[in-house]
Design a protein around this ligand. Structure first.
Ligand SMILES: [Zn+2]
Length: 320
């Protein structure tokens, strides 16, 4: 983390504003805000009466790979990163977990990497402590989908023991069915088979797990919105307090500098790329229409903000 003064930020933001369009300017400011929030490890804000905290788990640095985006070249990807004011030597994917306190209960959305995926991630527990969140008081964990960066934090490394045995764990039924069906091994790329095996060895044995099916209320004040495409059961959650609304979008897009600006680019992570793109446009348009706040799991910190139209794509505007 290099040091970063407010004066540098203001001067450079003005330079960026002159040099780039809306997306570049907003994304650049997002990266500056992210730098400051990442140093702290969390960001807290209100949506209506609800306390929301986003907590940083760390990053995964990926080397460029022509297979990463099916319909964009490495050069185009680097251009998108530079346009957003980001370094283009690697693709940096952050992990950020959203917490809400609602009805006196602390609810966590997804669980971080558990320090089992990237040498630069696994900071969730330390940053939760910094944010004043006691892991033992988490009453519910709502899982958006079963990719390892979202569920490995539920399982101890080596033993697979539950990290949060006293919390209720809510999962989308469509996601559970896909990953626990033995037919998955004939459909899923070989590289994902160990994840499916780990899911099958753990989640079905957990007595504190509850499946929810479709667009239903997960908890009072929290509704599920099926957002299939990234995975067969990927689910977004809508939290409301009066007129104020929060959408926990999870992986409707990966990093905004690339995939909000270019909603038609198909990341290798998206199981059904066409469905994922349609879902992305539908949910971004809904967040804009409803003037809602959203969080994205791969949006860094603060990791929360608004979505705006930007040319033929979208821009992420981080929360002030
Ligand atoms: Zn993810």
């Amino acid at each position: 983390m290099h040091s970063f003064s407010r004066r540098d930020f203001v001067i450079s933001a003005a330079a960026a504003a002159a040099a780039f369009g809306l997306s570049g300017r907003l994304s650049w400011m997002a990266s500056a805000a992210a730098e400051q929030a990442a140093a702290k490890g969390f960001h807290r804000f209100k949506v209506g009466d609800i306390d929301v905290t986003t907590v940083f788990d760390g990053i995964w640095e990926r080397d460029h790979d022509p297979a990463f985006i099916k319909n964009a070249s490495v050069d185009q990807t680097k251009t998108a990163l530079r346009t957003a004011g980001l370094p283009d030597d690697k693709i940096t994917i952050p992990f950020t977990v959203t917490f809400v306190t609602i009805g006196g209960k602390t609810v966590m959305f997804d669980s971080g990497t558990g320090g089992q995926l990237s040498p630069k991630a696994g900071k969730l527990a330390a940053n939760m402590a910094a944010a004043g969140i006691d892991a033992k008081t988490i009453s519910t964990i709502i899982v958006t989908h079963f990719h390892p960066d979202h569920i490995f934090g539920l399982m101890e490394k080596g033993t697979n023991a539950q990290v949060y045995p006293n919390a209720e764990i809510i999962v989308p039924a469509a996601e559970y069915k896909w990953w626990t069906d033995d037919a998955i091994f004939t459909k899923l790329p070989e590289a994902f088979h160990p994840i499916a095996k780990r899911v099958q060895a753990t989640l079905p044995t957990w007595k504190n797990l509850r499946q929810i099916d479709g667009a239903v209320e997960a908890l009072p004040g929290i509704r599920a919105i099926p957002s299939y495409g990234h995975t067969p059961g990927h689910t977004t959650f809508h939290v409301a307090s009066g007129d104020a609304q929060l959408f926990v979008l999870a992986d409707v897009t990966n990093i905004p500098a690339i995939f909000a600006r270019h909603p038609d680019w198909h990341a290798t992570f998206d199981g059904d790329a066409a469905a994922a793109e349609a879902t992305r446009r539908r949910l971004f348009d809904r967040v804009i229409t409803e003037k809602a706040i959203m969080t994205g799991y791969h949006y860094g910190v603060p990791g929360a903000g608004r979505i705006e139209k930007d040319g033929d794509g979208y821009a992420f505007v981080p929360i002030a």
